[in-house]
Write a protein that binds this ligand. Structure first.
Ligand code: SF4
Ligand code: SF4
Length: 118
């Protein structure tokens, strides 16, 4: 994942991951399908499939058997070579995001105190 620094990219981003997802490995280590990169923002192919440049990629799929995230674009007829970011394929992790696992204020509130969702 190549990232151009921008004011918004310097701000913390809350990303909701599957509770069984593996922690993100160090950059350069084998991709373990943690999904962080694709949950943070879509790759160029993901931008087309998601019709958005931000937020989680709509093509991202959770594989319950493998306990990994997978790229759903590969099952849509696209060739792997067209998907710039091919997660969980044994390649090195190229995601430079830093993970802070500190709980959010909302997650610490008892259920009755949580604000209602629309
Ligand atoms: S490339 Fe993406 S899915 Fe793979 S380990 Fe890195 S952050 Fe996780
Ligand atoms: S690799 Fe696949 S799931 Fe990840 S952002 Fe690209 S298209 Fe989406």
């Amino acid at each position: 994942m190549h990232r151009t620094p921008s004011p918004s990219s310097l701000l913390p981003q809350i990303i909701h991951m599957h509770p069984q997802a593996a922690p993100k490995p160090a950059m350069g280590a084998a991709c373990n399908g943690c999904g962080l990169c694709c949950l943070a923002e879509p790759c160029p192919v993901g931008v087309l499939l998601s019709r958005s440049r931000s937020g989680p990629c709509k093509a991202l799929r959770w594989d319950a058997l493998q306990q990994q995230y997978r790229c759903g674009a590969l099952g849509s007829g696209l060739q792997a070579s067209l998907v710039g970011r091919w997660i969980a394929a044994g390649k090195g992790c190229d995601c430079d995001l830093e993970v802070d696992l500190s709980p959010t204020i909302e997650s610490l509130l008892p259920p009755a105190s949580k604000p209602p969702h629309d």
